[in-house]
Design a protein around this ligand. Sequence first.
Ligand SMILES: NC(=O)c1ccc[n+]([C@@H]2O[C@H](COP(=O)([O-])OP(=O)(O)OC[C@H]3O[C@@H](n4cnc5c(N)ncnc54)[C@H](OP(=O)(O)O)[C@@H]3O)[C@@H](O)[C@H]2O)c1
Length: 327
Amino acid sequence: MAAPAGAGSTSAGGTPPMIPRYPPGVPAVGLGTFSYPFVADDVRASVLAALELGYRHLDTAALYGSESAVGEAVAEAVRRGVVASRAEVFVTTKVWCTQCHPHLVLPTLMESLQNLKMEYVDLYLIHWPMAIKPSKPHYPLKREDIVPMDLSGVWQAMEECHRLGLAKMIGVSNFTTKKLQELLAVAKIPPAVNQVELNPSWQQKKLIEFCRDKGIHVTAYSPLGGQTGPSSVLQSGVLEEIAKARGKSVAQISLRWIYEQGVSMVVKSFKRERLEENTMIFHWELSDEDRLKISQMLQQKMATVTGLLCPDGVSSVDIAEVDVVEM
Ligand SMILES: NC(=O)c1ccc[n+]([C@@H]2O[C@H](COP(=O)([O-])OP(=O)(O)OC[C@H]3O[C@@H](n4cnc5c(N)ncnc54)[C@H](OP(=O)(O)O)[C@@H]3O)[C@@H](O)[C@H]2O)c1
């Protein structure tokens, strides 16, 4: 495992634990702010609580509707002295498929910055490698609105966002190794990060290895199996057994396993005690036996392109081409 900076530090009495950062500057644990239905007060409260508990990584997106609440909570945290300044916080946002067109990327980031009331984001991501006819960010998507994506043009626009200082880093989300290869072939600035579904139930071994080889940092989303339906992570008998034996929670076993892959993660909770629990993963480790058991877990992917689409309708673009699932 690549040891991130700060991994050995312990918290002084009363001060929150220091969450280590991976080399491109990405804190190992961040707060996810997607929730449905979206309630601004819940997001504001959880961001503020998370910052008090030592989180310094906040994940939002144009689609989530949470950018303004995130920005307001960071400003409030600065006012209260929870953080010294906005610069202490690593903020990620994403451009949605409806804006995944070369001429819309920069104006969309400007809009996100207005929502966040920030001068820059730390990381700007292409949310999915798919373009939808321009409209307000929305979901679910109509199949007939899928259009071929100009990946080269969109990435040039992302590079422009970086050159202008509006995005300190640029990256992608939900990219397979095949999509990354296409991108690397045209990129002047390679993506710093690929944010993907990743947890013990969807381990992404091939992708992690590919990204390591290319110097792309991986961030896990849905590290606890996500918010829809019964979680294959939180309800895993294998993880439960390991958790019992170690005196940890199932959530902590999953997050610790992710951390041991050299991957950072964004995890969502609106509950203060869980926010705290989710940071307590640094000063202990899994055994080889635990790792072996986890490596043998049944694999099941949750987030797919078809899951983003209305069930009816016909696409002129081959959906199989955008919905590649690789183990
Ligand atoms: N790039 C993408 O396409 C993409 C896709 C999906 C998600 N994301 C990002 O990733 C973030 C996290 O993923 P996610 O929201 O899908 O799911 P997740 O973080 O895997 O799981 C969140 C769920 O687990 C619960 N939870 C949190 N901590 C817990 C604990 N210690 N014990 C038991 N339950 C716990 C939460 O409930 P409570 O709130 O009640 O605690 C919530 O329902 C999102 O919020 C979003 O920022 C990105």
